[in-house]
Design a protein around this ligand. Sequence first.
Ligand SMILES: C/C(=C\COP(=O)(O)OP(=O)(O)O)CCC[C@H](C)CCC[C@H](C)CCCC(C)C
Ligand SMILES: O=C(O)C1=CC(=O)c2ccccc2C1=O
Length: 298
Amino acid sequence: MTTQTIQPSNYKLWLAAIKPPMYSVAIMPIWVGTAVALYEHHSLNWSIFSTFISSAILILAWENLSNDVFDSDTGIDKKKHHSLVNLTGNKSLVFWAGNLCLALGILGIGAICWWQRDLTVLGLILLCCFLGYMYQGPPFRLGYQGLGEFLCFFAFGPLGVSAAYYSQTQSWSNLSLLASVLVGISTTLVLFCSHFHQVEDDLAAGKRSPLVRMGTHRGAQLLPWFCGSIFAITGLLVALGSFPVWTLLSFAGLPATLKLCRHVATYHDSPEEVSNCKFIAIAVHFWSGLLLGMGFIL
Ligand SMILES: C/C(=C\COP(=O)(O)OP(=O)(O)O)CCC[C@H](C)CCC[C@H](C)CCCC(C)C
Ligand SMILES: O=C(O)C1=CC(=O)c2ccccc2C1=O
């Protein structure tokens, strides 16, 4: 009798490689930064907003394509069937497709700077890209040292949100900085959760992600505090009168948060079962971010 291993279909592998839901993490800093700008300045430049969103998506595509390229160099993705390098068997194609996305993304940011006659937004976004490169590219590979979560917080939080705010107003705002902390935390939550099912492979490849360092049990115990901080900070800023009361709408992310914490508490050490926790974390990020932004507009 022959044993058959069930392989996911090619379509499913491609979908897992492209990870469409992940792109909401690129949209959210732009959405929240723009929403705060609209709240404070009562005007919105749609061309800048839509160009910024498209550029952010292209830049995140570069980050993910080059992640598969750099990870194929270290061997960490050997067993990852949905790596684009493994799927296409053509590392150089993936590398250049990534660079094309980056070039187009930066071109969009360049257009915003041209309209504004001001290079500030380009400077901030190039800094985000550099953090993204340091996460995975040689000689830095800081993600392998467990520093990815810090880079992620600053790129998607203070830097990304401030760039979006500045693109609308050509000024800075303490309120947007406060809101950026929430976007930074919820995006970092996604990255943290994406490593639960990878601990064994990461350890074998010498990647010391925070979960490799602390273990999945402690990681699962930390999660409610991590998630709770998003809602505690929002509630505190509303109570202090810094945020409008409508931003409490972001508490609609609580059901997804409870689901995430319960799921991880139960399955933290079963890679197969816990592997989808990254997508539950994306739901937490999506609802809390979308409704936080709405709270500034309503
Ligand atoms: C590529 C990232 C995570 C994947 O990590 P890992 O290698 O563990 O995953 P796989 O298992 O799928 O191989 C995310 C890294 C995020 C990075 C620290 C910061 C990126 C910054 C962006 C390039 C900037 C985006 C700008 C913003 C305004 C949209
Ligand atoms: O593939 C992943 O796991 C991630 C990709 C990605 O672009 C990203 C961006 C921001 C936070 C987390 C993540 C991922 O986890």
